[in-house]
Design a protein around this ligand. Structure first.
Ligand code: SF4
Length: 254
C-alpha cells in the first residue's frame, strides 16, 4: 500500500480516464477504506462522500477531511482486486483537493512577482543579460588615453538604456505622480518647463523630463515632466491675481 498524506495540487483523474462504472465489490469496501484512512490520518476522516471508478476493478473512496486548514479536501483511498477474487486490497491513501477545496494561490516565479519598491537593503537585482531595456554601450579599448576620454564623456558603462527602456520609463513617468495629468499639475500656475527650479535631464529625455530643485515643492529631488507644475513655480501668479481668483498663497494659510 502506498500512503501520501499531503498532495499540494492536482485533482483526481478526469472521468474519461476512469472506467465507466465502479467495480461493485471494490465499491462495497467502504469500511476497509475508512479504516485505512483513519489509520493514516486519525480522527480527521469524515463522512464517505463518493466513489470514483479509476479503472477495471480499481476504485477510489472519498472521505471528507476534517483537518484544520484543509476545508474542501478529501481523503482518497484507492482499492483494487484481482479478476474473479472477492478480496479487496488497499493501493493508496492520500489527501486530495475537492472541487471547493481551499487551495494556495498558484505559484508565480519570483522574477514575475517582483514589484517596484520590493528591493530591500542588501538585496541584489542585476539586470539580465537579455534585458530589453538595455543595450551594449562600450567595449574596453585597451588604450589608457581612450579609456580616460571615455570615462569623461560618460562611456564607462558596459550597457546603457535601450530605446525600448527609455520609451518605457518615459511613459511610466509621464502618467505617474510627476506627470501633467495630476491634480497638482492641473491647478499649477505654470509648467515645470518654464520654472527656474526645473533641471532638465541629459540626453534624449531632456526635452521632456527634468528634476525639480525646489525644496518647497512636493516633487523636490524627483523627476517631473516638462508640462507638470506646482504652486511653487518660480514665476507663479502674483498674490493679487490669486486674491482675484479666490485663492490664497500657501504661506498665508493656517
Ligand atoms: S517648483 Fe514646481 S513648477 Fe517648479 S520645477 Fe518644481 S515642481 Fe515644477
Amino acid at each position: 500500500m502506498t500512503v501520501s498524506t499531503a498532495v499540494s495540487s492536482g485533482a483526481l483523474r478526469t472521468p474519461s480516464a476512469r472506467a465507466a462504472r465502479p467495480d461493485s465489490v471494490c465499491s462495497a469496501a467502504v469500511e476497509l477504506a475508512r479504516a485505512t484512512a483513519v489509520d493514516v490520518a486519525g480522527d480527521v476522516v469524515g463522512e464517505h462522500v463518493g466513489v470514483l471508478a479509476e479503472g477495471e476493478r480499481l476504485v477510489t473512496h472519498l472521505f471528507e477531511s476534517r483537518q484544520a486548514g484543509y476545508r474542501g479536501w478529501r481523503w482518497a483511498v484507492t482499492v483494487a482486486r484481482v479478476p474473479r477474487a472477492k478480496v479487496v486490497t488497499v493501493c493508496e491513501v492520500c489527501l486530495l483537493p475537492g472541487p471547493d477545496a481551499l487551495l494556495a494561490p498558484e505559484w508565480v516565479p519570483w522574477s514575475e512577482r517582483l514589484r517596484p519598491g520590493d528591493l530591500g537593503v542588501g538585496d541584489l537585482l542585476p539586470a539580465a543579460a537579455d534585458d530589453e531595456r538595455l543595450v551594449p554601450a562600450y567595449v574596453l579599448a585597451d588604450d589608457p588615453a581612450v579609456e580616460q576620454v571615455a570615462g569623461e564623456i560618460g562611456l564607462g558603462r558596459p550597457r546603457v538604456m535601450s530605446r525600448v527602456g527609455r520609451l518605457d520609463l518615459a511613459e511610466r513617468w509621464y502618467v505617474g505622480d510627476g506627470g501633467p495629468d495630476t491634480p497638482m499639475a492641473r491647478q499649477a500656475p505654470g509648467v515645470c518647463g518654464g520654472c527656474a527650479f526645473w533641471l532638465p535631464l541629459a540626453g534624449a529625455l531632456a526635452a521632456m523630463f527634468g528634476v525639480c530643485g525646489n525644496e518647497f515643492a512636493p516633487r523636490d529631488g524627483m523627476v517631473v515632466a516638462a508640462d507638470y507644475g506646482c504652486g511653487a513655480h518660480s514665476e507663479g501668479v502674483a498674490a493679487e491675481l490669486l486674491a482675484v481668483a479666490g485663492a490664497e498663497p500657501a504661506a498665508d494659510r493656517d
